[in-house]
Write a protein that binds this ligand. Structure first.
Ligand code: ADE
Length: 413
């Protein structure tokens, strides 16, 4: 017998909780110390089970919070329901929400009048600096989860427009080294397989972008037996891709051979009209970047007409000369649009950093400027140590002589 929606959501949260041991350890301390007592917190994250456990943690630590999704397609409705019904968390999110509903939900979350915010992609923070400037005087700081959001916020800071301190959770080692690489590496294929039910082995995959996300996807594609081509605009990353064993070429050449193209660049118009003109018949297009502008839907519609939905998360475009192109989850991030997001143990580390970075911000915001800050390295180290403990791993330590040797500069022996 299948679960009703609420039971399904409660079970998903339960399962995430069982496997988020680092966050559980941090939660115990935050609750004991009532760290977030009285803090008003607006959150825009992908509303699914792991995010749910972060929200529950912060609420139990004393925060009054509201949660919306940071993407119209990434909500797990069962989890959103469970958060509302079982945990009393004000959650404003549903899967397939329209663009208007998406912004309405962000506005509802901001109506709380936040002291602090947690954002993924920087839409919430941007709104406070544009449409909701009346809130600016109250906001004391924010955390940003992802590469794309941090890029936007650094531009704001550079132009002198940022009005409060922001912590770049993305740039913590315990975030990007694991979440961006192994998280996106696995969850992209969760989305691909769920959307298409197609084989990876033997196919030619083109991965656009060889940042931490792109290299995770390329590595996993290769591991599953795909032939992988990487496209890049950065010469250094292109050489890394080549020496990691991948073919490197321009997109215009790559799409002629591609069975599947996956973008993970953070930039727009990676697949555009000129690529569609020479694309191989049957090519599957997917995006794992934050925004849905990496694969140009405008070009697809102008060149391929209105799409026909052929599976729950796959749209078919009819290109000239009888060719077809298939777009996964409307070009929105396929790992959450068509999949369940990053693995639980990965988000355990990312959200442990989120919780600790929020605690840091609450305690230290008065001494911070309106800039983008990195997560203090002690927090990175703490999460790494806790993760090692949960993995049951022990590592070596330096002897006093070794410590002295490393600190000395005169002697070579
Ligand atoms: N689950 C929650 N947030 C996520 C993110 N930013 N990426 C992938 N999976 C997630």
């Amino acid at each position: 017998m299948s679960d009703d929606l609420l039971t399904k959501g409660v079970r998903r949260l339960d399962w995430a909780d069982k496997h988020m041991k680092v966050l559980a350890e941090i939660r115990r301390r935050l609750i004991k110390e009532k760290t977030l007592e009285g803090v008003r917190l607006s959150m825009a994250l992908h509303v699914e089970a792991k995010t749910g456990m972060l929200a529950i943690t912060l609420q139990e630590a004393g925060a009054k919070l509201r949660l919306a999704s940071c993407n119209p397609l990434s909500t797990d409705d069962s989890v959103a329901l469970a958060l509302k019904e079982k945990f009393g968390i004000e959650t404003y999110a549903k899967k397939w929400e329209t663009s208007d509903e998406y912004y309405q939900n962000l506005n509802s979350v901001l109506d709380l009048g936040p002291d602090f915010m947690i954002d993924d992609g920087a839409d919430l923070i941007t709104m406070v600096h544009t449409a909701r400037t009346n809130l600016l005087s109250k906001v004391k700081g924010a955390n940003e989860e992802t590469t794309t959001g941090v890029i936007r916020l650094r531009s704001m800071a550079k132009e002198g427009k940022l009005r409060f301190p922001v912590i770049s959770v993305n740039d913590a080692h315990m975030k990007y080294l694991f979440d961006n690489r192994y998280g996106t590496g696995q969850s992209t294929f969760d989305g691909f397989m769920n959307a298409t039910n197609l084989l990876v082995a033997g196919k030619r995959f083109v991965i656009a972008g060889y940042g931490w996300c792109g290299r995770g996807i390329a590595m996993r594609a290769k591991g599953m037996g795909a032939n992988v081509i990487v496209t890049e605009i950065d010469p250094i990353k292109a050489i890394e891709a080549k020496l990691d064993g991948f073919e490197v070429m321009q997109m215009i050449e790559a799409v002629k051979q591609a069975d599947v193209v996956i973008s993970a660049t953070g930039c727009k118009d990676i697949v555009r009209r000129e690529h569609l003109e020479v694309m191989k018949d049957g090519c599957v297009l997917g995006n794992s970047g934050h925004f849905d502008n990496e694969i140009s839907k405008q070009a697809l519609e102008e060149y391929g007409g209105s799409p026909k939905r052929v599976r729950e998360f796959v749209d078919e475009y009819s290109l000239p000369a009888g060719r077809k192109a298939y777009l996964i989850s409307e070009g929105r991030l396929m790992n959450l649009g068509a999949g369940q997001g990053h693995p639980v143990e990965i988000m355990d580390m990312s959200f442990a950093i989120q919780a600790l970075a929020l605690e840091y911000l609450v305690k230290n915001h008065q001494t911070l400027q309106p800039q983008v800050y990195n997560v203090p390295s002690e927090l990175d180290q703490l999460v790494a140590k806790l993760k090692l403990q949960t993995l049951g791993l022990q590592i070596d330590t330096l002897s006093p002589e070794q410590r002295k040797y490393l600190a000395a500069w005169q002697e070579g022996t």
